[in-house]
Write a protein that binds this ligand. Structure first.
Ligand code: SAM
Length: 244
């Protein structure tokens, strides 16, 4: 899977994602990162400007349409050399639908995704209308730029691409599958600061361990994410009690 990132700070993307799991996955060829500098596409050869004042007044500068559009065309043309499929273009913005695990799983099936990272006050609406297929936010707060949101999404998507995690099963049992948070987990030693690992986990009885984990997931979700718990409850209504 190939991530193409339109950004004013390609080194920020390249340096961060080349570490840890995403770095290893890219070395092994499961994913690739193509961070493209929007500034390289400006027609302002003298000052390399990519932003300007906003019509109608107001504080701050806006990213202009032309450099973004030309940057997009160069990426799109490269992609169309190998496939007829039109790539999805995601503008990361606080004005988008809020990203979640379900979206990550759906995006992980794509071959190419293009991200647009905004800066300053954002981006000229006309280029967004022209190229963007979806608007995605990573939460209800405003950041200074789109690089962190794009990297958050790329990280979450990458680990769902087959082969990226050494054990694909670990993504299946994690939080948000079936609208539940993951159960508590423990490692060595068996006792730490007077706290013991729950005895059931040392029993070797896998069926009982699974039952305990599901029960703990339900308790944890109910306490910490009542909104998710309600969704889980709708899909798993309590069984009616048998009449005596
Ligand atoms: N003026 C814009 C608004 O009120 O919606 C905010 C612009 S923000 C300072 C600059 C850029 O950061 C945005 O264009 C976007 O790409 C990115 N950004 C900021 N917060 C974000 C969030 N919560 N999710 C995704 N992207 C975000």
């Amino acid at each position: 899977m190939n991530f193409h990132i339109m950004t004013l700070f390609p080194e920020m993307i390249q340096q961060s994602l080349s570490n840890s799991i995403t770095g290893r996955a890219s070395d092994k060829g499961y994913i690739s990162f193509n961070a493209v500098n929007i500034r390289d596409y400006t027609n302002d050869y003298k000052h390399h400007k990519v932003d300007d004042y906003t019509y109608g007044g107001g504080a701050g500068m806006l990213m202009q349409a032309q450099p973004i559009y030309d940057c997009y065309l160069s990426i799109k043309n490269k992609i169309s050399e190998k496939t007829d499929k039109k790539p999805r273009v995601i503008y990361v913005t606080p004005q988008g639908s809020v990203f979640n695990q379900k979206m990550a799983a759906e995006l992980a099936k794509e071959e190419d995704i293009i991200f647009l990272c905004g800066h300053y006050e954002g981006v000229d609406e006309r280029v967004l209308e022209e190229i963007v297929t979806e608007y995605v936010s990573i939460g209800d707060y405003v950041l200074t730029g789109g690089e962190l949101p794009a990297m958050v999404m790329i990280d979450a998507i990458s680990r769902l691409v087959p082969g990226v995690l050494s054990n694909d099963e670990s993504a299946m049992t994690e939080s948000f599958n079936n609208n539940l948070l993951e159960y508590p987990q423990y490692s060595r030693p068996e006792e730490w600061m007077g706290k013991k690992v729950p005895a059931i986990l040392l029993s070797g009885d896998h069926k009982k361990v699974d039952e305990w984990r599901l029960e703990q997931s339900i308790i944890r979700t109910k306490e910490r994410r009542p909104d998710l718990y309600e969704k889980w409850l709708l899909e798993n209504p309590p069984k009616p009690e048998k009449k005596k």
